[in-house]
Design a protein around this ligand. Structure first.
Ligand SMILES: Nc1ncnc2c1ncn2[C@@H]1O[C@H](COP(=O)(O)OP(=O)(O)OP(=O)(O)O)[C@@H](O)[C@H]1O
Length: 308
């Protein structure tokens, strides 16, 4: 059984206008996507800024409301639960945010930040809470002696470890990692990513890994869904997507991965230009005269997931 199954998920944001601030339109941030996560795997959501990745992640953890569709976690559709009922599952699904500089409250000590989920869900006596914080700090390679320090006293990589520690306190099953390293120096990114892989094995975690960076996605993910304007255009295993991309949008994304071989730069540039031209051609008629988008034909390598 998949740990998580997303079925025909739609998330629309209302656009308000006029004197009475009535809803005049909707931004279709997520527009009918379906995919599943098997226990222990890392599933990557990729696409350019604004394609709906973050909205998908936030909806799964309950920070956004699903307009339509199902979010089936271990057999229960979370989208149908009341806020109160959802709390029961919330501890199993944690999120790691993009920017460890802004997602940690600068006025709180590390011990209080890491203890947030414990206080929300378990309400342990203070001594037990401290013990748990100590344990989890050790797990993520932070010295428990620094638990009374403030976030600004840590480096970027260490701060992301604090964010990871906070996510791990309740032994979650699923972690949604939204661009977890994009705010970090390149030199620190690999460290944090490898660390995430290590804890995944150790604690049997399943990841939904959100990124616009295809290099990072390849390093981390078993399977990948490529998003474009709220929809999936292609889905497959990492190898399928990287060795044999089918959709023109995927090809274009892949052609934009920087490749360090200077001898090949001219050829790469030519290739990128060719793909970009093809892309422009393919998407020339993306909007018809009435401004309606035409439907992109999605590609599924595995055929295990019905793409819309
Ligand atoms: N609170 C909101 N109200 C209205 N529209 C929103 C809101 N949040 C996001 N959007 C819009 O929904 C679409 C999807 O945004 P989302 O942040 O999910 O994309 P993304 O792929 O994660 O992009 P990024 O990588 O820049 O975060 C965008 O067009 C965005 O402008």
């Amino acid at each position: 059984m998949p740990l998580l199954k997303i079925e025909n998920l739609k998330v629309y944001y209302p656009v308000r206008g006029g004197f009475f601030r009535r809803v005049v339109d909707h931004v279709k941030a997520v527009n009918d996507i379906s995919f599943e996560l098997q226990p222990g795997e890392t599933y990557g959501l990729v696409g350019e800024s604004g394609c709906g990745k973050t909205t998908t992640g936030r909806t799964i953890v309950g920070l956004n409301h699903a307009t339509a569709g199902k979010i089936v976690f271990e057999g229960t559709d979370l989208a149908r639960l009341s806020r109160k009922e959802f709390q029961h599952y919330r501890k199993d699904i944690q999120m790691i945010f993009q920017d460890p500089y802004s997602s940690l409250n600068p006025k709180k000590r590390v011990a209080d930040i890491i203890a947030e989920p414990i206080r929300n869900f378990e309400k342990l006596p203070r001594e037990q809470e401290r013990e748990k914080v100590r344990e989890v700090m050790e797990k993520v390679g932070l010295s428990p002696d620094s638990m009374f320090k403030y976030p600004h006293e840590f480096s970027g990589g260490q701060r992301q470890r604090i964010g990871i520690a906070r996510a791990l306190t309740l032994n979650p099953k699923l972690i949604i990692a939204d661009e977890p390293v994009s705010a970090l120096d390149v030199s620190v990114q690999a460290q944090v990513l490898n660390f995430m892989k290590d804890i995944q094995k150790e604690f049997g975690l399943t990841y939904l890994f959100i990124s616009h960076d295809l290099g990072i996605i390849r390093h981390m993910c078993d399977r990948i869904g490529i998003m474009y304007r709220g929809r999936f255009v292609e889905e497959g295993t990492s190898d399928e997507i990287y060795e044999n991309p089918q959709h023109i949008y995927t090809k274009r994304l892949l052609s934009a991965i920087p490749n360090g071989d200077p001898e090949n730069r001219a050829a790469q540039k030519q290739y990128r230009e060719k793909i970009n031209n093809e892309f422009r051609q393919a998407f020339r008629d993306y909007f018809d005269e009435e401004g309606k988008p035409y439907h992109l034909k999605p590609v599924s390598h595995t055929h295990s997931v019905a793409l819309p």
